[in-house]
Design a protein around this ligand. Structure first.
Ligand code: GDP
Ligand code: MN
Length: 379
């Protein structure tokens, strides 16, 4: 779960990381009132779950009430990479001498936490990594030991920040590590972490991703639910009790068992198709459940063909075939379904499909054939 910048900053503030005072608002007048209360200059910032807001016109400085009104008006409703701005964060503007980058994330391959720090902040870290990888100072932290002060100091020295920023950066990074670990974050990032002309170090942006597996430990996470962008497809699937994850391709995928569904995604990719989703109907999928699954995938606007891949074990192919017949009589299919059945009662299953022909239902005998057929039909 991703947090909006202001939520991330409020989380940072709980760990005494210096952030600017501000206010989250949803209309122009409240933004102006907040700006007047905070005192000028202020910065007005679009709260959307996407980076690069500055470049997109979603971050603006205002030195008086008229400018605050003007900027709040222009940013509210702005479309930033498909995210429409509904919330503004107004905070006291900071003077910037230098902009740095800092983050913690998990390096799964190393089985350690990874800290990244760069004197080249304010720009996207991917660009720095691409063009000037030596400008990123990395440390790997043993989770059982944690980030020690000595390690942190050496890390900061390695990043060659302005010496004036050294102590402030060490202090903030130690706290940010606590946010990351105690807060069960997948990512805790500050970009830019700034040095002010007065020599203070300060977090000017916050990007936090929470590990939803840890939700049971954090009652306070409930407050973030209202600002989450929910994928309409995922919501529909959740209501129907399906194990669904939205992706952005054109081939709708339904299978039984997470392993089979993952293999199905792989094989679709192998034949140069792009999966629209992951959907596992589970071990004992009955006709109703399958009908629901087809309904959810069929409702996805991007889907041009559906690949239903069932290996009958506990699940019986005749039940699945009945589910297909039931669903296709109930739901108006907008794209063809390629069905691959194998395993328990496969002959009965195929017989049911043959006895109930539907021009939109195509039966394939192997996974590879089915994947190719689905990709061909999606074109
Ligand atoms: P992002 O573009 O979505 O990452 O949004 P940021 O919060 O990082 O803001 C983008 C840029 O706006 C920063 O890199 C700064 O250069 C600038 N900016 C943001 N807040 C302030 C501020 O308080 N004062 C000044 N002078 N610039 C700011
Ligand atoms: Mn930023």
């Amino acid at each position: 779960m991703d947090l909006l910048e202001y939520q991330g900053k409020q989380l940072f503030a709980k760990y005494a990381i210096p952030v600017s005072d501000g206010k989250a608002v949803t209309d122009v007048q409240s933004a102006v009132d907040a700006a007047n209360e905070i005192g000028y200059p202020v910065v007005i910032k679009a709260q959307v779950l996407v980076g690069g807001r500055g470049k997109a016109g979603g971050v603006k400085l205002a030195t008086n009430e008229d400018e605050a009104r003007e900027h709040a008006t222009s940013i509210l409703g702005l479309d930033i990479k498909g995210h429409v701005v509904e919330i503004l964060w107004v905070e006291h503007a900071s003077d910037i001498a230098e902009e740095y980058y800092a983050s913690f994330t998990l390096d799964r391959a190393a089985k350690k936490h990874l800290g990244m720090l760069s004197a080249q902040g304010g720009v996207e870290i991917e660009v720095v990594a691409e063009e000037n990888p030596d400008a990123i100072s990395k440390i790997w932290i043993d989770p059982y030991i944690g980030l020690t002060k000595e390690q942190c100091v050496a890390w900061v020295d390695g990043a060659q920040l302005n010496p004036k920023a050294r102590d402030g950066a060490v202090d903030i990074l130690l706290k940010l590590y606590d946010v990351y670990v105690q807060g069960d974050c997948d990512l805790a990032e500050i970009n830019p972490l700034i040095l002010t002309p007065e020599g203070n170090v300060h977090a000017l942006d916050a990007k936090v991703t929470l590990d939803e597996n840890a939700q049971f430990r954090h009652e306070d996470w409930a407050e973030y639910e209202s600002t989450q962008i929910l994928d309409a497809r995922e919501l529909m699937a959740k209501e129907k009790g399906l194990n669904y994850i939205g992706l952005d391709g054109e081939i709708g995928i339904i299978g039984n068992g997470a392993g089979l569904v993952m293999s199905t995604l792989d094989i679709v990719n192998q034949v140069e198709g792009r999966p629209a989703n992951f959907l596992d109907v589970g071990g004992g999928a009955d006709a109703d459940l399958l009908a629901n699954a087809i309904e959810v995938v069929n409702s996805d606007e991007n889907v041009k063909a559906i690949f239903l891949n069932i290996f009958g074990g506990i699940t019986k192919c005749d039940d699945v075939a009945n589910g297909v017949v039931q669903a296709t009589s109930k739901v108006e299919l907008k794209s063809p379904i390629v069905v691959r059945l194998d395993g328990t009662n496969v002959d009965q299953g195929r017989a049911i499909l043959e006895a109930n022909p539907n021009p939109k239902v195509v039966v394939a005998s192997t996974m590879l054939d089915a994947a190719r057929e689905a990709v061909r039909l999606s074109k």
